[in-house]
Design a protein around this ligand. Structure first.
Ligand SMILES: [Zn+2]
Length: 236
């Protein structure tokens, strides 16, 4: 567990793309030097243990043959906008990654647990694989339409790229809401309060109801969390 992960991420900044080198450490080994983060480090480690356990149990209940051994990592930089995401390592093991900006902006363990539970839920529901399928299907359909209209190879390729984009985006909002629902369950099972955790939504920019926005409006997300919390008996 002391191993340091290095991940290369393609970061789109402005009009150019730059490859950034990300150094990742397991939550247990993370020892920030800034006093503000040091105060939050112990809470973050506790949340990581509890959410990894709860998400693992939920994953084993809901899936067959899927790797449910969650690893929570901290991205040491470059320090940037608060961000958390999930991915898989080369063995298919689920990684949930928080950057230090994200940990710094979470007000308490409930908010950390809520975001972590949401990311773990994406893995349990197989959203990465489903996104890839949707992109392939979109590319195929748009490519065939372009071909049927007698377009040349360049136009067909452009159509396929657009189709992949549309295919990915078409379910993105639905996936976010699914992850909010299961994330609420995981947060609760980990011993944290999803209703306090979702206060995080009130501080992130609201994408509103734009067509093809990758995230649903915050109000819609609050609605599904409240409904799930009510189902769990957390609200009257
Ligand atoms: Zn998400």
């Amino acid at each position: 567990m002391r191993r340091v992960f290095v991940l290369l991420l393609l970061a789109l900044s402005g009009c150019g793309a730059a490859v950034e080198r990300h150094v990742l450490v397991p939550a247990e080994a993370w020892a920030p030097s800034s006093p503000a983060l040091r105060d939050k480090a112990e809470t973050f480690r506790q949340v990581s243990r509890a959410v990894a356990r709860a998400a693992g149990a939920e994953c084993r209940r809901q899936t067959k043959g899927q790797n449910c051994d969650f690893v929570i990592l901290v991205d040491l930089g470059p320090f940037s906008q608060p961000n958390a995401f999930q991915t898989l390592d080369e063995h298919g093991r689920p990684l949930v990654i928080f950057n230090q900006g994200m940990i710094g902006s979470a007000r308490n363990g409930d908010e950390m647990a809520f975001v972590m539970g949401h990311e773990a839920a994406h893995h349990i529901m197989g959203h990465i694989a489903r996104q890839i399928e949707n992109a392939k299907e979109g590319a195929r359909v748009f490519g065939e339409l372009a071909k049927a209209q007698g377009e040349g190879p360049d136009e067909i390729e452009r159509a396929q790229q657009l189709g992949a984009e549309v295919g990915m985006q078409s379910y993105a909002k639905a996936f976010e809401l699914e992850a909010d629902i299961l994330g609420t369950v995981i947060t609760n099972e980990a011993g944290y309060d999803p209703l306090k955790g979702m206060a995080y939504f009130s501080r992130i920019p609201d994408p509103g109801d734009r067509f093809l926005a990758s995230h649903p409006p915050n109000a819609r997300r609050v609605e599904v969390v409240l409904k799930t919390a009510a189902d769990l008996g957390l609200v009257e």
